[in-house]
Design a protein around this ligand. Structure first.
Ligand code: AP5
Ligand code: MG
Ligand code: ZN
Length: 220
């Protein structure tokens, strides 16, 4: 199964992708994580992307589309993939269609995670991430047992540079302006399913599994 996880910043794309990876052996492709990894390595692409990420803007299409095309050509995607954070505008959605149809592949399911904007601000400004394994914590909703240490791997926990109130507000604005149209892009395909992302992560995952199973058997 090939999936797209759509949803505003903080909707829980990363949180739910992690669960899907564990349950179904799919490969998560998060463009945001790829840029942060490139930045940690100080590659030219990572340093260039940081300028956009820090202000809450989108990295130029040409850069992201090239990165995704290369990642989708790898041979570890036999069980399927989860695109997390891509496509983020209709240009990228067109590019994805072309990349997939060029080798006879297609998307099976687009999950659109819907959450109230005020809740998103709280989730994002309270998020903390493990530098080593990428696990997502939250200061109130999912605090680590020890303040700065990851329970899963012992790594250091940090706050993303773009998780401050001002940048979060700009990311939400950019989402509304550029990414929301992607919902209308996929709706007519009949492969888009809305998911209420405001419940607990476990409850949201139950809905996602049910949409996933229905798509797998061709019933919706
Ligand atoms: P990216 O890294 O993709 O960030 P984002 O889309 O802003 O999404 P987030 O990762 O912030 O949120 P999420 O939905 O994964 O939520 P999470 O599970 O962590 O992109 C960053 C930047 O990179 C962009 O701004 C852009 O500059 C650039 N970029 C990336 N892709 C690009 C593209 N295609 N084109 C151009 N530029 C691109 O959850 C958030 C928090 O809430 C966590 O603390 C979590 O523990 C908590 N939480 C999650 N679910 C729940 C729940 N159900 N209940 C309570 N708490 C919850
Ligand atoms: Mg994420
Ligand atoms: Zn960790």
């Amino acid at each position: 199964m090939n999936l797209v996880l759509l949803g505003p910043p903080g909707a829980g794309k990363g949180t739910q992708a992690e669960r899907l990876v564990e349950k179904y052996g799919l490969v998560q492709i998060s463009t945001g994580d790829m840029f942060r990894a490139a930045l940690a390595q100080k590659t030219p692409m990572g340093l260039e992307a940081k300028k956009y990420m820090d202000s809450g803007a989108l990295v130029p299409d040409q850069v992201v589309e090239g990165l995704v095309a290369e990642r989708l050509s790898a041979d570890d995607l036999r069980s399927g993939f989860i695109l997390d954070g891509f496509p983020r505008n209709t240009h990228q959605a067109d590019a994805l269609d072309r990349i997939l149809s060029d080798d006879g592949r297609r998307l099976d399911l687009v999950l659109n995670i819907v959450v109230d904007p005020e809740l998103l601000v709280e989730r994002l400004t309270g998020r903390r991430v493990c530098r080593d394994c990428g696990y997502n914590y939250h200061v109130s909703f999912n605090p680590p047992a020890e303040e700065n240490t990851c329970v899963a791997c012992g790594g250091e926990i940090y706050q993303r540079d773009d998780d401050n109130v001002a940048t979060v507000r700009e990311r939400l604005r950019v989402y509304e302006e550029q990414t929301e149209p992607v919902i209308d892009y996929y709706r007519p395909t009949g492969r888009l399913v809305d998911i209420d992302g405001s419940a607990s992560p476990d409850e949201v995952f139950v809905d996602i599994v049910s949409a996933f199973e229905r798509a797998g058997t061709g019933t919706r």
